[in-house]
Design a protein around this ligand. Sequence first.
Ligand code: G3I
Length: 460
Amino acid sequence: MRTSRPFRHRRTSSRTRLAALLTGVSVAAALLTGATAAHAADPPLRDLADAKGKAIGTAVTGSRLTGTYGEIAGTRFNWLTPGNAMKWESVEPSRGTYNWAEADRIVEFAEAHGQRVRGHTLVWHSQNPGWLTNGTWTADELSGLLDDHIATEVGRYKGRLAAWDVVNEPFDEDGTYRRTLWYDTLGEDYIAQALTAARAADPSADLYINDYNVEGVNAKSTALYNLVKSLKERGVPIDGVGLQAHLILGQVPATLQQNIQRFADLGVDVAITELDIRMQLPATQAELAQQAEEYEAVVAACVAVSRCTGVTVWGFTDSDSWIPDVFEGYGAATPYDENYAPKPAYGGIATALGGTTTTPPPTDACTATYTVTSQWNTGFTGQVRIACSGASLSSWKVAWTYGAGQRITQAWNAACTQTGTQVSCANAAYNGAVPDGGAVTFGFNAAWSGSNPVPTVTLA
Ligand code: G3I
């Protein structure tokens, strides 16, 4: 049996790395936003993480890996996790009918950007297809289905994924096994069976058990500890534990680093696999600043333990976060806002990775963000978002200068005029008011040729 190994980055040739960087540059040139243009001066988190030999990852949605989303996912992070694309219901919605499109897309994107992939997830009680959960299976039948699923999925990506979350969320809060299809039919050995099948299907991938509310020392994390200890004693392949870290502002466990260390001392790697820090909306600047400190503390706890391989955030932008769908009234949990502007949390992560950030400190103000939302041969659609925090407006006017012949042809939710290269847009009768913590957006169509750089927008 292979014992678990310290984390290392798979070597990427300088040519691959250059190609990845160039890909990032050309995508960025094609579709920039004001937010990312300003952000370009920040040290990419992946460079900081690479220098420390750590992972900085993000969960992604395959269909969104273009434009600004793709540019940030591809250039700021060195690991990707498919948020949903590799779950059983995604890959085998009907028995024997496979759909690998989104999973393939993410793996190919990661390879093109010199990134590593964490497979997620093979055995879980949730997001299973109806044919599986509604079926009546004997232990032998279910055991066969489990082995086949793992052999098929892990085998498909053999040699291409760095790690797998093989078993997801096996415990209840009190540290007893969660009652699931797997546990109820196969007993606790479904875990050893899954790990063994995964190792057989891809000996090069690191194999993890992943759970939530196991970040600090508590009954659940101690149950996970005891399971890993026993698996290792029995010679079952286990390389690491994933601490999901879906945290609430103000509730980062004080024992996080101690807990990481005790798993490391058992001889397994530890990864923070799904970090987000949610808060009640609307978020204040003070809460975003506190969130930055907490992101920094979580990443720093990982950096402090050599067997902690790194941190993955569960979606890098608030526009791709599961939180608002599940926790009503909560959100703002990720390091970028919905408009892809880095939040103070981005700086917190960078600081923990040894960097500095040029992200301006939060100020009480209203700001305007210009975004190209889609672009084709001769035209593009843009939007400007005016957002206030710690301030408010009763009317607004924004202006910018086009540098490359762009010309606005139509605007909505604002009255826009263009004279030569000078554009000026004022609120419509119904959207002049921007409250503290609120935002308004207007859009426009425009023509372009040559290049389409992002202008600097001023708010009067
Ligand atoms: O794809 C359908 C879409 O066609 C449909 O219109 C829409 C209507 O609701 O639903 C879409 O599916 C949603 C799917 O995410 C993709 O967006 C599901 O309803 C929704 O339930 C699902 O939520 C996912 C959740 O797992 C399910 O438990 C989240 O995106 C995903 O981020 C989340 O991830 C889990 C980890 O895998 C394990 N740890 C906890 C974490 C958060 O729940």
